[in-house]
Design a protein around this ligand. Structure first.
Ligand code: KDG
Ligand code: MG
Length: 403
């Protein structure tokens, strides 16, 4: 089956998405997500100018060979732009192969390992009481696991708190908006949130929290220790992961489980954290980590060290990524949890999909392929809008810090 054509579709139904569509001489088509929040057009150009010309005429069934061709063949390996582009090709080719086999994608990966994919939803509020109400709302919607983020007294805007509680969109400006930060205020406030939550919610539900890379290792150790009484499912991205040995310090101070990896794009980013057992969950996912082909390798490495998966699933990952991730989650033996931030109705209409939420679980569906399509006519009504993620500054002196 030969690849005859491929094109990049950029649309913005409420937020930007980049989608690759591959065509074959047998009439089968496949799509893959290539969205890199705030840097969308770089991936679109990488695909259009440098990848698509190399795809034409290749056998669409040779997924592994095409992956190696694009990864090794570029000479300049790795990085979020390259790996998101490779992921889009890989996802589209798995979609085509599964359609050709007339099977849902999870069957090609090895079949079902579970009945459904446990997800966590995002509850947030301007203060503790608002966040508690939101967490209770998520629990009433059937969620078994809920991430809780709250505004911090004295800080105007912080990561994870949104105006619209069901749909969180951080890329909120045509130039980066500015948030403010105080580690002292945050470290003081976060344990109070979880204390109140356990008091109101009880112990049946899993609670999660995203630190979003903002602490130093020793501050993260202190936070993890102060959250231990509330038995979190995980504390996410407690510190930036460029220096991975920094996680040793966190481990020495706390048994709160740790999840890292949403900004990782290859197995090399994950290797040290996994092999040294500095983390409990690896958060790499399909779109930013080289597609199903590469994510499988990361999961297999993680399995050797009892590290489980917890794929990134924010709204800037399109429904195409979510569909593919759910097939991966349905199969992967060392599954932990899947993040699920609901897309808006506008987005869902552009990307009709087979996956569905029921009682705290997502189900990948039985449609051949990954089960997600794109309505191109509708997508064309939502042209690209430049949008950036925010930047963060220390509240007391304006120094730029991690967002
Ligand atoms: O979903 C999460 O855990 C995030 O941290 C979301 C990220 O901020 C978002 O994907 C950035 O584009
Ligand atoms: Mg995160």
């Amino acid at each position: 089956m030969k690849i005859t054509d491929a094109k990049v579709i950029i649309c913005s139904p409420g937020r930007n998405f980049v989608t690759l569509k591959i065509y074959t001489d047998e009439g089968l088509t496949g799509i893959g997500d290539a969205t890199l929040n705030g840097r969308e057009l770089a991936v679109a150009s990488y695909l259009t100018d440098h990848v698509i010309p190399c795809l034409i005429g290749r056998d669409a069934h040779q997924i592994e060979d095409i992956w190696q061709y694009l990864y090794r063949g570029a000479y300049w390996r790795r990085g979020p732009v390259t790996m998101s582009a490779i992921a889009a090709v890989d996802t589209a080719l798995w979609d085509i192969k599964a359609k050709a086999a007339n099977m849902p994608l999870y069957q090609l990966l090895g079949g079902k390992s579970r009945n459904g994919v446990m997800v966590y939803g995002h509850a947030n509020g301007g203060d503790i009481e608002e966040t508690v109400d939101e967490v209770l709302r998520y629990a009433s919607l059937g969620y078994k696991a809920i991430r809780a983020q709250a505004g911090v007294p004295g800080l105007k805007k912080v990561y994870g708190v949104s105006k619209d509680s069901m749909f969180y969109e951080p890329a909120d400006g045509s130039l980066p908006s500015e948030h403010d930060w105080s580690t002292e205020r945050y470290l003081d406030h976060a344990p109070k949130l979880f204390d109140r939550l356990r008091d109101k919610l009880g112990w049946e539900h899993h609670l999660l929290h995203d630190v979003h890379h903002r602490l130093t290792p020793i501050e993260a150790g202190r936070l993890g220790k102060s959250l231990e009484p509330y038995r979190l499912f995980w504390m996410e991205d407690p510190t930036a992961a460029e220096n991975q040995d920094a996680f040793r310090l966190i481990r020495e101070h706390t048994v709160t489980p740790i999840a890292v990896g949403e900004v990782f794009n290859t197995i090399w980013d994950c290797k040290e954290l996994i092999e040294k057992q500095y983390i409990d969950y690896i958060r790499a996912t399909v779109v930013h980590a080289g597609g199903i082909t590469h994510l499988r390798r990361i999961a297999d490495l993680a399995a050797m060290y009892q590290v489980r998966t917890g794929c990134h699933g924010a709204t800037d990952l399109s429904p195409v990524c979510m569909g593919a991730a759910l097939h991966f989650d349905t199969w992967v033996p060392n599954f932990g949890i899947q993040e699920y931030m609901r897309h808006t109705e506008e987005t869902d209409a552009v990307f009709p999909h087979d996956y569905r939420f029921e009682d705290g679980f997502l189900h990948a569906g039985e449609t051949p392929g990954h089960g997600v399509d794109i309505d191109e006519a509708l997508a064309a009504k939502y042209p690209y809008q430049r949008a950036f993620l925010p930047v963060n500054r220390l509240a007391h002196d304006g120094t730029l810090c991690n967002w």
